[in-house]
Design a protein. Structure first.
Length: 313
């Protein structure tokens, strides 16, 4: 197969594509893959977050997905809460759907609402099933009590799996307490969770969640691997699709250390920030992933020192 240049930087109202060739000089033919917990599936180390195509013109979305797939990306993740990402991803992914792993999510906590959203997502994404369906953004005690209680969304999840509408069940969380309680209440296949060096070293956020997920042999999917700090003011807001401060575009060495650190934590795959401008760098790091040595880990700890993490325990 002829390889394309990699993802386009975000478009600005035209179908013209610009490239980031500085990250393409060593592009391998295939992205490495890892086993997803006990599912038997193998996913590319880097996941394609559907937010990448949100608000892009359809030809650009099509090209971005084609490039990702051509370079060995087989894990795609999206949610209805990502603006019009489902509408853009559905047509773009359709030619590759049978050869990829598609994950979707719902913010709905009640069974009937979750059922409606599941059916709508299947329709928009032009597929008859999801490989992974996830309770999205579990955060509060109320989220847990409603979703896992009588008439809760989990009932829809279980029935959907029985009907073949979904293959595996998982959840995402931005709270350690919610994640721990979710794993205690149901035997999920996967967890999608922020696994980030600043959160870990400065916020003590993540260690106990990862320990439990590993004990249960769950597939571990990482968010925020290339995050840097919490955004303190609106003045800091630079990107349309990122609500935190990512590792700066010119801080390539910090990004390399950070994403490799995340991938060392028992992670199957990581989803990078949602701005296309960061994609090529993330791809090159994941494609050439290697464990950090002690000096590199110590350097990363020093970089994290005094930084306000996106999440704290």
């Amino acid at each position: 197969m002829k390889r394309r240049h990699f993802l386009a930087v975000a478009a600005t109202g035209t179908t013209a594509l610009t490239f980031m060739p500085q990250f393409l000089h060593a592009a391998p033919a295939e992205m490495p893959k890892r086993k997803l917990g006990r599912t038997g599936e193998k996913l590319s180390l880097l996941g394609f977050g559907g937010i990448l195509v949100m608000n892009e013109e359809q030809p650009i979305a099509n090209e971005m997905v084609a490039r990702a797939f051509d370079h060995g990306i087989n894990y795609f993740d999206v949610a209805p809460s990502y603006g019009n990402a489902e509408e853009k991803l559905g047509p773009a992914l359709e030619p590759y759907r049978k050869r990829c792993f598609l994950a979707c999510k719902t913010n709905q906590r009640k069974a009937d609402d979750a059922q409606r959203e599941l059916e709508n997502s299947l329709r928009i994404l032009r597929t008859d099933h999801f490989d992974l369906y996830q309770l999205h953004h579990l955060t509060s005690d109320e989220d847990i009590e409603i979703a896992f209680g009588p008439g809760g969304a989990l009932e829809t999840f279980v029935k959907a799996k029985e009907k073949g509408l979904v293959r595996f069940l998982g959840f995402s969380a931005h709270s350690e307490e919610a994640a721990m309680e979710a794993m205690n209440r149901f035997d999920f296949d996967t967890i999608l969770f922020p696994i980030n060096f600043v959160n870990w070293y400065e916020g003590n956020f993540g260690p106990r969640v990862l320990a439990t997920a590993k004990e249960k042999r769950m597939g571990i999917l990482a968010l925020k691997g290339l995050a840097f700090s919490a955004r303190k003011s609106e003045q800091e807001f630079q990107y349309r699709k990122i609500w935190y401060n990512p590792i700066a575009a010119d801080a390539d060495e910090t990004a390399r250390l950070a994403l490799n650190w995340t991938l060392m934590q028992g992670v199957t795959a990581a989803i990078p920030p949602g701005e296309p401008m960061f994609w090529d760098r993330a791809f090159m790091i994941a494609a050439n992933a290697a464990p950090l040595n002690e000096d590199e880990i110590e350097k990363l700890e020093r970089i994290a020192g005094g930084v306000e993490p996106v999440f704290r325990s």
